[in-house]
Design a protein around this ligand. Structure first.
Ligand SMILES: [Zn+2]
Length: 155
């Protein structure tokens, strides 16, 4: 069963709490649907804090190495993710409008006492995964090569 991890976002931020958690793809059902069942670890780090303006925030960093299927040659490719996102905590939907003058690279989170960390990490990963994964130009295997290499590995 996937674990459930919840935090009180406002307390977490105001107390400057920190949490590091390693997930397996198995724990993140919606990510598993895309990348398949692989033994890769996904490391998520949450750090709470308060801005000079008094607004609480949580920084979420994710490190993962996920095998995706290249949509051009159908070989596996490694997708390396190293993301960092700042979520400013808004007290209710109405405050979201007041926060619209914050920089564009900032996201928002509605203050809740039981925010699901697993869902947060999943949402962030799904946002960052490429819609159609592709090797860099010129890095795809030739089709014949690809197929025989795959058979060899399966044997
Ligand atoms: Zn390719």
């Amino acid at each position: 069963m996937p674990k459930r991890i919840v935090i009180d976002t406002v307390k977490f931020a105001r107390n400057g709490q920190e949490m590091i958690h390693s997930f397996s793809v198995e724990d993140l059902q919606r990510v598993k649907d895309i990348v398949g069942d692989v033994g890769e670890e996904i490391e998520a780090k949450l750090e709470g804090g308060v801005l000079k303006t008094g607004k609480p925030f949580i920084d979420l960093s994710i490190k993962a190495n996920l095998p995706l299927t290249c949509q051009r040659c159908l070989e596996l490719m490694n997708f390396e993710l190293n993301s960092s996102t700042r979520f400013i905590i808004a007290f209710g939907k109405s405050e979201l409008t007041d926060l619209s003058d914050e920089p564009d690279d900032v996201e928002f989170l509605i203050a809740e006492e039981d925010t699901d960390v697993v869902a947060m990490v999943e949402d962030e990963l799904l946002l960052r995964l490429p819609m159609a994964a592709k090797h860099e130009d010129g890095k795809c295997r030739e089709p014949e090569w690809g197929n025989s290499a795959r058979r060899l590995r399966l044997d």
